[in-house]
Write a new protein. Sequence first.
Length: 334
Amino acid sequence: MSSGGPSADARPPLVSVTTPVFNGEKYLGECIESVLAQSYDNWEYTVVDNCSTDRSLAIASEYAAAHPRIKVIRNDQFVGAIENHNRAFRSISAEARYCKLLSADDWLYPECIAKLVDLAERHPSVGIVGSYATDGIGVRWGHLPLDREVFAGHEAARLYLLGKIDTFWVPSSVLYRASIVRASDQFFSRDSSSADLEACLRSLKDSDLGFVHQILSYQRLHDDAITSRVGEVNGELLDRAKVLVEFGPEFLTPAEQRERLDEQVSEYFEVLAGESFRIRDREFWRRHRAGLHELGYSIGDRRFAKAVAARFLDLTLNPRLTTQKVVRRVAQRH
């Protein structure tokens, strides 16, 4: 005789939430609390501690002791950030249908998982579900058509590679179908700032993109994040150009790829020109020369010389405005 209660099959699918952390004590508690506050109730949560030297492990362990659905894994030795993310991915349950990565200094709004899972369940072809995020200054990662929630994977990848849409892959704002994550032992395959982007583009070869047009997560901007990124942006632009070289043949025509790569390199020259007026060592210039050579370009390109001249005029005529432009551009790119 039936008990009349709900069957196990009636439960919503299991979502494995995971947070890789290194010395994140300042915000980790808030991050974990946001998972506990989810309206969606069928989740498990794993915190992967990368040999933190602060109280991160203690904080995570205290939550795990109080909440059986939370577990903590501590690495035996320190590993790189990308490897720690991959260890977090490998920690997800075999029964999980979805995987939710959450950075240790970010947090989720209460309806986040419920909204992302709802879209994925309604559209089995969707492998990745994104959403808007806020950083306390404004709403980020827009420009997708508001009247659509599903985009063919090939179309979404093309739109991004052609510069038609903005970011859709930032980990704290994305839900992955677990089968895609499990398909590779190294879901983030390259140790670069574009590892998350590359993982999504690979996934879009065989699955579609879903997008919930709501703010469902918060990405923290630290006080020094913008100024530090001004110095790092050159390497990121180089990484994005390499992504175009790798994935362009899959999603673009040869002519589209060449035109877009030329646009990206021109932007790269423009930003790199600013470094000509800062103290940079030989290794910095060696690395960028090698990167440009790998893409089939040279620092001797006349566009670089033109960008240096333009930057010199900007700095001479209005140095404060020039600095503000750089900061705005870096903030928008992230």
